[in-house]
Write a protein that binds this ligand. Structure first.
Ligand code: AMP
Length: 602
């Protein structure tokens, strides 16, 4: 980290920076201590005993290394479901389970459930508290203004045992750690908590944008968690600016916003300001929205959104709206565990590297070669490498052991070692395993897509049509983005397939996709209607010719089930005969399908 004059760094920031230095200099010792604490805290658990760890009192680290298996969600799902159904014995964690965090990763089409404990909120809050001390080293003076951050809560459900199940960010925003936070000039947000916590996403977004516009000259940074969410906000602004300007002109909020606490919170900052309304109108009504962020929030220094991983597809759109404002990725986290932060937040998106903070959990790594762990299909814990032993340039799959009671759990992320800060490695986020399509937080794999397509094509049977080949891609150029399927059909020319049947096919695919996808479509509106593009006969032969011309082997060639924007998509698009969109949103309800059926829980 760069040296800044000590006087410019507030005391709390110095403490945070000293902490980062300390834990990255003593990474091995800290990791050793963390593992010891986790094993001691959870020594009484059934899981540890099942694996022979606490047979003779407090488990020791050597037996953990020797005996604890590497697991995926499906391996521990039976234990998790016991907790969800009310078994309060110490199964995974020695501490009481406080709630379930619902991951955007799915299993069997439903969100994965991560049991968590109260203490984890302290750890997450601590990681958040490190972000501004680091940022202040690169962009000083952020305490002189505000941050316009668009944050949202999502719906929650209850497990049959009565424990709340909700996304980790919803859990955090609703916690006392967020709501009762002391004033901090470096984290002065334009959005009132009431707007962030409003369960109606339309009212929440409206109020947050209104407040962001009201104090636009004070705004020094803007952001959201993921790039897709920030772009959605710009699109919302494109639709609602006349109404927002009217509110600012008159000093009264549109009556569509009915949430009382939101109205009261906004009323505290909303006063008639016809001059401001005129200036905003002037910018918004210009033909192009290029650089709109800089134009509306002229003192903004950067856009704080995650643009690593699949979110990289949104970089061109953000550059367009942001007028090339720097994009900063500050942290890397998940429902299982918050991992770390970017110690060089003003670097280019392609250079972002996250430093895992060794106090957050115990981190191990499976080397990945040729796309699979260690290049072999069978692997075990002997293959695991400790945090301090990873090698520069090598790719690894992240495996975590947490205070909440996950042991050697495969998160599903592949990371590459980009460098070191002291002894702590810094990782590029390479990819999430098995994700074919993603627009927002949805993660659809090939298997799931294939099943959905197989199911949908039944609609074509009465017309004597059948699917010859298909592929898919995530179209991030529309807002919101949407899934596109290219279908090549063999058709019976005497019974043409009516357009409504293709539309039914679009909806049938969507109905079969996972709950995170369907929630994004139906509830959050963060994903647009799925599209099927029918391509001319022979298109997939052309695709094969193209692949062979690029060096693919004819014996091994298989049509890809998913393609990325580029020459292949261009080839496919050049042979499209007709396009169809899903006519309505697929069904979605909060909570697991099983709970709502068996227990009437929502
Ligand atoms: P969830 O389980 O829904 O909390 O999602 C966590 C996952 O989101 C991680 O395992 C990553 O795959 C992804 N993710 C989180 N932070 C980042 C980041 N900074 N860059 C890329 N992907 C991220």
């Amino acid at each position: 980290m760069p040296e800044a004059p000590k006087t410019e760094i507030p005391e709390e920031h110095q403490t945070a920076l000293r902490f980062i230095e300390d834990v990255t200099q003593n990474t091995d010792l800290v990791q050793h201590r963390v593992l010891k604490e986790i094993l001691t805290q959870n020594a009484s658990t059934e899981y540890m005993q099942r694996h022979g760890l606490s047979a003779c009192g407090t488990p020791n680290l050597d037996s953990f290394k020797k005996l604890m298996p590497i697991v995926s969600y499906e391996d521990i799902q039976p234990d998790i479901l016991r907790i969800a159904h009310g078994d309060t014995s110490p199964i995974l964690s020695g501490r009481p389970i406080s709630e379930f965090l619902t991951s955007s990763g799915t299993s069997g089409g439903e969100r994965k459930l991560m049991p968590t404990i109260d203490d984890e909120l302290d750890r997450r809050t601590h990681l958040y508290s490190l972000l501004m001390p680091v940022m202040n080293l690169y962009v000083p003076g952020l305490n002189k203004g505000k941050g316009m951050y668009l944050y949202f809560v999502k719906s929650e459900s209850k497990t049959p045992s009565g424990l709340v199940a909700r996304p980790v960010l919803t859990s955090y925003y609703k916690s006392r750690h967020f709501r009762n936070r002391p004033f901090d000039a470096y984290n002065n947000l334009t959005s009132p908590d009431e707007a962030i916590l409003c369960p109606d996403s339309y009212q929440s977004m409206y109020a947050q944008l209104l407040c962001g516009l009201i104090c636009r000259s004070e705004v020094l940074r803007v952001g959201a968690v993921f790039a897709s969410g920030f772009i959605r906000a710009i699109k919302f602004l494109e639709k609602t600016w006349p109404s927002l300007c009217q509110d600012i002109r008159n000093g009264v909020m549109n009556e569509k916003i009915t949430d009382k606490s939101v109205r009261e919170a906004v009323a505290r900052v909303l006063h008639p300001n016809p001059d401001e309304a005129k200036l905003i109108e002037f910018e918004c009504s210009k033909g192009s929205w290029q650089g709109i962020i800089r134009r509306l929030w002229p003192n903004t220094k950067y856009i704080d959104v995650i643009v690593t991983g699949t979110m990289a597809q949104y970089i061109p759109t953000l550059e367009f709206y942001g007028g090339r404002l720097p994009l900063t990725c500050t942290m890397y986290a998940s429902s299982e565990c918050y991992f770390g932060l970017n110690l060089h937040p003003m670097c280019k998106p392609s250079e972002v590297a996250y430093t895992l903070i060794p106090t957050m959990g115990y981190f191990e790594f499976l080397p990945v070669k040729g796309g699979v762990p260690n290049g072999k299909s069978e692997f075990d814990h002997h293959d695991l490498v400790d945090l301090v032993d990873v090698k520069l340039g090598q790719e690894y799959e992240l495996v975590v052991t947490t205070y909440s009671g996950l042991y050697r759990y495969r998160v599903g992320d592949v990371l590459r070692v980009a460098g070191f800060h002291n002894k702590a490695p810094q990782f590029n986020f390479v990819r999430r395993k098995n994700v074919a399509l993603s627009i927002d937080s949805d993660k659809t794999d090939e298997f799931e897509l294939h099943n959905a397509v197989q199911h949908a094509v039944h609609n074509l049977e009465p017309f004597g049509a059948c699917l010859v080949e298909y592929t898919s891609y995530a179209d991030a150029t529309t807002i919101p983005g949407h899934y596109v399927l290219f279908w090549e059909l063999q058709i019976n020319k005497t019974t043409p397939v009516p357009p409504s049947v293709f539309e039914d096919c679009c909806l049938a695919v969507e109905e079969c996709l996972n709950s995170v996808y369907r929630q994004g479509r139906s509830c959050d509106k963060s994903i647009g209607p799925l599209e099927i593009r029918i391509v001319e006969e022979g298109t997939f032969d052309k695709l094969m010719d193209y692949a062979l011309s690029q060096g693919a082997s004819i014996n091994q060639y298989k049509a890809p089930r998913c393609v990325r924007p580029g020459p292949i998509v261009e080839l496919l698009n050049s042979r499209v005969q007709s396009k169809y969109f899903s006519p309505k949103s697929p069904k979605w309800a909060p909570g697991h399908k099983k709970w709502s059926k068996e227990n009437g829980a929502v």
